[in-house]
Design a protein around this ligand. Structure first.
Ligand code: SN0
Length: 315
């Protein structure tokens, strides 16, 4: 594996799931793989799970890790090309990236969508520059359009829990006070489309995902209908793609609650976290016996370790 930006960087999902499960049974069995190797994790945005799980994954492989919060602990970095740098950003990405690359063997980068210019976000302006200039493999710690480490953990979690060959997996939009990126939803759809699962996406009108991610996945605008017979409910808020970055609905009726979960086939409740309680999901559901959000988060460590192991082995 050279870089890890999307599902297309994984040759076989089946092998990837098996590797993660093997690692889960034997986290410290590959401690030699990352000896004397260093990973830098660079955050342009906040993180809890990604930061801790990826760092832990690297340490399990014997790697050294350096974490840097851009702007707070380093110079503010200019990311636009061709600008006159007379503002508050003293250093450009084009120098920062190769410099960081010279100190490490793998770079992880988190750079969320800014939700201002759709073309800019969907061109993955920041991640693309890292791939171009780093000189070392790049791991997306959530880009503008995808969150592949999350989707990989989601897939492993579903594989651990599914009771049928082709479970009904429902991605539901849910209300939120802020405009959020489409990355988690895009990526989830992108990964799930490569499985044999029955995937359904439900959201209010105007929240259609980008066609390049949605493909021919079924969209059901009636959330209650979508929940019928579901084996997994994956809740996530995202802002509009068509009216880019806008919040078109704050309808609290879209929150996942016990009444809606009762329509499912005793579905497991999933969310990538962080989650706004009683906006996205009721306390009763997230605290209930079918909530698997902690297992899902715990799987972030093993899937990050699988990615780093594959990368180290092809250095
Ligand atoms: C991010 C997102 O892409 O939706 C990261 C998810 C893993 N989520 C947020 O930024 C939530 C922020 C909030 O205010 O709830």
């Amino acid at each position: 594996m050279e870089h890890f930006i999307s599902v297309n960087d994984i040759h076989s999902l089946k092998q990837a799931v098996n590797l993660a499960r093997e690692i889960k049974q034997n986290r410290f069995g590959f401690r030699h793989t990352g000896k004397n190797k260093t990973m830098v994790l660079l955050f342009f945005n906040s993180s809890l799970r990604t930061r801790l799980s990826t760092q832990k994954a690297a340490m399990n492989l014997g790697m050294n890790t350096i974490v840097l919060n851009v702007g707070e602990e380093s110079w503010q970095l200019e990311t636009e090309t061709g600008v006159v740098m007379d503002g508050d950003k003293p250093e450009h990405l084009r120098e920062a990236i190769p410099v960081i690359g010279s100190y490490c063997d793998i770079i992880g980068v988190r750079a969320f969508a800014r939700l201002q210019d759709r073309n800019e976000d969907y061109s993955e302006m920041i991640l693309t520059q890292f791939v171009e200039l780093a000189g070392v493999p790049v791991v997306s710690l959530e880009g503008a359009t995808r969150h592949p480490l999350q989707s990989y953990a989601d897939l492993v979690t579903i594989e651990e829990l599914r009771k049928t060959e082709k479970p009904r997996v429902v991605l539901t939009w849910a209300p939120h006070p802020k405009a959020l990126p489409q990355a988690v939803a895009n990526s989830f759809v992108e990964w799930m489309s490569k499985t044999g699962y029955q995937l359904v996406v439900t959201h209010p009108e105007g929240y259609e995902l980008a066609p390049e991610f949605l493909g021919d996945v079924q969209v059901e605008y009636d959330q209650k209908k979508a929940f019928e017979g579901a084996d997994f409910i994956y809740a996530k808020n995202w802002s509009s793609y068509n009216q880019y970055g806008q919040v078109l609905s704050r309808d609290r009726n879209w929150m996942v609650d016990a009444e809606k979960m009762a329509r499912t086939n005793q579905a497991k409740f999933m969310h990538c976290l962080p989650v706004r309680r009683n906006m996205v999901v009721s306390d009763e559901v997230i605290d209930g016996p079918d909530s698997v959000v902690i297992q899902q988060a715990a799987n972030r460590e093993v899937t990050a370790q699988a990615v780093l192991k594959m990368m180290l082995e092809s250095l």
